[in-house]
Design a protein around this ligand. Structure first.
Ligand SMILES: [Zn+2]
Ligand SMILES: [Zn+2]
Length: 143
C-alpha cells in the first residue's frame, strides 16, 4: 500500500469508531463491513429461498433492519428475484421495481438535470418485475 495515496483516519459512519480508511468503498470500519456483508448474504439467501416473503417478513426472519434491506436494494447491490414478493417502489410513480430508486419509464422521462438533482445513477434505475399482471389490469381499466 502506498502511504502517500489517499487513506486516512476516519470515523466509521456506522459505529463511530476511528479507523484507517483506504478511500475505497463505503466509509465503514472492518468490523462493520464484515457485519454488513453477513447481513447482505443472509438477506440475499433468504429472499431467493422464500420468494413469497415480504420485506417485513425478511427483516423479521433474518434480523436485518428493513432500512438496511432497502439500502441494499437502492444501491443496486441486491436484486429481487423474479416472482418474489419483495418490492421497492419507484420514487416518482410508485410502480413496483426490483432494485434501485426509479423505474425505467420515469428515468427516461426525467431530464438529465432532474436525475442529477435526485442523485440517481444508472444502477439505481430498477426493472419492473416481469409478471406485472396487476399493472396491466390497471392500464386496461383506465382505457
Ligand atoms: Zn464501524
Ligand atoms: Zn416510475
Amino acid at each position: 500500500m502506498d502511504p502517500n495515496k489517499s487513506g486516512e483516519i476516519q470515523e466509521c459512519r456506522r459505529c463511530g469508531r476511528m479507523f484507517y480508511f483506504t478511500g475505497v468503498g463505503k466509509c465503514i470500519c472492518a468490523s462493520c463491513k464484515a457485519e454488513d456483508e453477513a447481513e447482505f448474504e443472509s438477506v440475499k439467501n433468504y429472499i431467493y429461498e422464500n420468494l413469497s416473503a415480504t420485506i417485513m417478513q425478511t427483516s423479521k426472519d433474518t434480523g436485518v433492519k428493513i432500512s438496511r434491506i432497502k439500502s441494499f436494494l437502492r444501491d443496486g447491490r441486491l436484486v429481487i428475484p423474479d416472482g418474489s414478493a419483495v418490492f421497492l417502489n419507484c420514487e416518482v410513480c410508485g410502480a413496483n421495481i426490483k432494485f434501485g430508486r426509479l423505474c425505467r419509464e420515469c428515468a427516461d422521462t426525467l431530464s438529465k438535470e432532474m436525475k442529477q438533482q435526485l442523485q440517481v445513477d444508472e444502477f439505481q434505475i430498477g426493472e419492473k418485475p416481469k409478471s406485472s399482471d396487476s399493472a396491466r389490469m390497471r392500464f386496461l381499466d383506465r382505457s
